[in-house]
Design a protein around this ligand. Structure first.
Ligand code: THG
Length: 265
């Protein structure tokens, strides 16, 4: 699994003031903690800061990459903020995200091509979010053609089936699992990514639901996730899932984690 650490997001109570006040030490510690816990990418999101978002996102990229040797996931719908961030980023960034919406597509595609980034593709367009797996696949297919024809390599594209809260639509878990299966068969050379936490919105013991859902999504073909890598039970069950799905040959990683005392019973 490709793990994107979600903690540096101004929607979180401790992060908003830290970014607003440019608290370098706190942000750098949050980045290091996630990298040490196994994150492959560090997500940075300053969306709540509104007009300060472009400057904040640029500061976040420089601040995090000063102490962590990982690529970042630049989490913004705003192309101006995204360009500020990717233009100072070292290595291959992951832009989060493009979609089939006309403005979003036309403003983000040039950045993906210019900076040769990977990109998360939200499977929606000007018609909004699609209700069924078949309709999401239709939107994803149209979007993928436009991306591939423009020269974005399939392996640089991460399709994101949009996850809605189970509390609002009880069948949304099943729909996501089916969407993942369809995407996996249709785009075998691309990735499939999800943010897990939406699924549990409005229900108690959210981490329990998020963790159960992650394992089901992995079995359906998810190969990347935006999650909290400091959640030890989540990360332990993820490692167990990799063994059970034969994605960790000879349980090499699992055994090493166990030996280092990093697995939670
Ligand atoms: N897909 C894509 N990008 C995404 C998402 C997605 N980016 C944002 C989001 N979803 C994933 N990131 C987060 C970051 C933090 C939290 C949840 C998702 C979080 N939430 C706390 C909670 O759920 O309890 C509440 C906030 C707090 O701690 O104060 O921490 O789906 N492409």
């Amino acid at each position: 699994m490709i793990i994107v650490g979600e903690r540096i997001n101004t929607s979180r109570k401790t992060i908003e003031p830290a970014v607003r006040n440019r608290d370098t030490a706190f942000i750098q510690q949050t980045a290091k903690d996630q990298a040490d816990a196994g994150a492959h990418y560090i997500d940075v999101n300053a969306g709540t800061l509104l007009e300060d978002e472009p400057a904040a996102l640029e500061w976040l990229v420089k601040t995090v990459q000063a102490v962590v040797d990982k690529p970042l996931c630049i989490d913004s719908p705003n192309a101006t903020a995204t360009e500020r961030a990717v233009s100072v980023h070292q290595g291959k960034a992951l832009i989060n995200s493009i979609s089939g919406e006309t403005n979003r597509f036309n403003s983000m595609l040039p950045l993906v091509l210019k900076y040769k980034t990977s990109v998360i593709a939200l499977c929606m367009d000007d018609d909004g979010i699609q209700e069924t797996p078949e309709k999401q696949l239709e939107k994803a297919t149209t979007l993928s053609k436009k991306l591939f024809d423009a020269g974005v390599p399939p392996e640089d594209v991460y399709f994101d089936p949009l996850v809605r809260p189970i509390s609002a639509s009880p069948e949304s878990g099943l729909l996501v699992l089916e969407t993942i299966r369809l995407f996996k068969s249709q785009f075998p050379n691309s990735h499939i990514i999800c943010g897990l936490s939406n699924v549990s919105f409005g229900l108690p013991n959210r981490k329990l639901l998020n963790t159960a859902f992650l394992l089901m999504c992995m079995a359906a073909g998810l190969d990347a996730a935006i999650l909290d890598p400091l959640d030890k039970r989540l990360m332990s069950l993820l490692a167990a899932g990799e063994v059970l799905l034969n994605r960790d040959p000879f349980a090499e990683t699992y055994i090493a984690l166990a030996r280092d005392g990093k697995l939670e019973a």
